[in-house]
Design a binder for this molecule. Sequence first.
Ligand code: DX5
Ligand code: ZN
Length: 214
Amino acid sequence: MIISPSLLAADSAFYGDQIRTIQEAGAQFLHIDVMDGHFVPNLSFGPTIISKLRRASDIIFDVHLMIEHPEVYAQRFIEAGADYLTIHAETINDPSSIIKVCANNNVKFGLAVKPQTDFSSILDYFEFIDLLLIMGIEPGGEGKSMEVETPKKIAMAKELRKKISTNFLISVDGGVNNKTGKLCFDAGADVLVAGSYIFNSNDPKLAVKGLLNL
Ligand code: DX5
Ligand code: ZN
């Protein structure tokens, strides 16, 4: 199980310390949410902040682009230090050009789907992705409850992955806590993204360790 704490829920005055804390607890990824005020109503990090964080930590940057026209910005997030670059299936008809840019730069490529988006429109790309991000909540939010259908969707993704004999990570984002995380783990999730459950807890280290040992 890979744990990817979501920086959005961390305290911006102490990013460096908080990243070190979750890394010491065993988190392998850091989830970084990029929001543009169009695809989602909120705004968050841009490439400048990410490149500064890159200097502070060598943890794997799991960058989740919740932006329109990801093809225009992909290169900038790669240069900023993304290790995984995930774009939303709803924002693009054909991700081939971004897949190429990622491959040329040795960056892993991911596709994300909103809770109401099924896999039919992205099946053709399953053999080219490194990560499938299944949203448990509407993108843009945090601290919300996970949609109950999410574990079923994870199990479906796992089946499809087997059928196509390909090998991407299945990640789940939104509403992950020790209970929903266990359901997702049992359904076949490889990566748990968790924001408020980790950073709003009294002991983020313990929260990460709890998720690692589900
Ligand atoms: C949702 C973001 C998430 C968010 C999750 O818009 O993509 O990564 O930080 O927050 P929690 O874990 O609190 O649902
Ligand atoms: Zn996210």
